[in-house]
Write a protein that binds this ligand. Structure first.
Ligand SMILES: C[S@@+](CC[C@H](N)C(=O)[O-])C[C@H]1O[C@@H](n2cnc3c(N)ncnc32)[C@H](O)[C@@H]1O
Length: 304
């Protein structure tokens, strides 16, 4: 679902910075190694791609500035439903993508979406643990890893595999998200509820996804990659809200409601229920949502 960037109110704060806070993905409010087709996750990934399409366009544009036009082979590491795959196929018309994911369900959905878009012949899927190297993948011009590296058991070992898969001079793009997105108006009860939920989720993620919030710049350098850009951008989507915003918020709150059982107060759980119960406060028919998310990116090159 595409929408014009003018439907969005965007604030970007771009700066070189040290990472003190947690990273994750809107979809990562679930235990690692859980059901490979967790409820709602593929749809959340697709809605996120649509909502933050301007961010993706800007990011692939920055990649093109560094990579040049002659990008033929791209690897999408932890591809999910193909957000990166499709954005990069559009940006680099001569390229084909190897989409790597450990979840067969994600790869099936990606394959079907590629076929529907008439891109089937430009996409190959590889069901594999991206943490165990990328056997048979060599001479990649570009590796894209969005919200996936923090899922791996040993990201440092995985980055060594990425380096080996890149051609000399090839680029790695890493994207991570700064914790859960926010949807509710700031400064009142709902905004404070989100702050408490976010804190509880951060605590759970610290146990379940210990590499969330890793110092990716240092890990990239340690893997022998030269970091050329590092950015944090705060994106905001306000009214008039693009189609799918309420659905995205609904799926998100439904997902974290289960995860947070026993980790926030019963009053907060009841307040979460009111956001998804079809009543007057349900996020699917509110017009006061403001989606806020900080997206962080690193662009690094394998030295020639
Ligand atoms: C949060 S999703 C991100 C998907 C996509 N890159 C995006 O930005 O929308 C993380 C993805 O990493 C995949 N994943 C998790 N652990 C993995 C592993 N060890 N090897 C390969 N893929 C993995 C999951 O199946 C999921 O599709």
């Amino acid at each position: 679902m595409a929408h014009a960037p003018q439907h969005q109110h965007q604030h970007q704060h771009q700066h070189q910075h040290q990472h003190q806070h947690q990273h994750g993905h809107p979809a990562s409010a679930h235990p690692r190694h859980s059901d490979p087709t967790p409820n709602g996750l593929p749809e959340i990934l697709d809605l996120d791609a649509a909502l933050f399409a301007p961010h993706l366009t800007a990011l692939t544009g920055r990649i093109a500035c560094l990579a040049g036009d002659d990008v033929r082979h791209i690897v999408d590491l932890g591809s999910g439903t193909g957000t990166g795959t499709f954005a990069l196929l559009e940006r680099f018309p001569a390229a084909r993508v190897t989409a790597v994911d450990s979840s067969p369900a994600m790869l099936e959905r990606l394959t079907s979406a590629a076929r529907n878009r008439g891109l089937g012949d430009r996409v190959r899927t590889l069901e594999a643990d991206a943490g165990a190297g990328l056997p048979g993948v060599v001479d990649a011009d570009l590796v894209w890893a969005s919200a996936s590296l923090h899922h791996l058991d040993d990201p440092a070992a995985a980055l060594a595999g990425v380096r080996a898969a890149l051609r000399p001079g090839g680029l790695l793009a890493v994207a991570e998200v700064d914790g859960m997105p926010k949807f509710l108006p700031e400064g009142g009860g709902p905004g404070e509820l989100e702050i408490r939920c976010r804190a509880a989720l951060d605590g759970l993620h610290a146990e379940r996804l210990p590499h969330r919030g890793a110092d990716w710049g240092s890990l990239l350098a340690a893997a022998g990659l030269s970091v050329e850009q590092e950015r944090a951008e705060r994106w905001e989507v306000r009214a008039p809200l693009p189609e799918g915003t309420g659905r995205y918020a609904f799926l998100f709150f439904e997902r974290i409601r289960g995860t947070l059982e026993g980790h926030v107060s019963s009053e907060d759980l009841a307040a979460l229920d009111r956001l998804i119960d079809g009543g007057p406060l349900d996020v699917r028919h509110r017009d006061d949502l403001v989606v806020r998310s900080t997206r962080e990116t690193w662009l690094a090159r394998r030295p020639a």
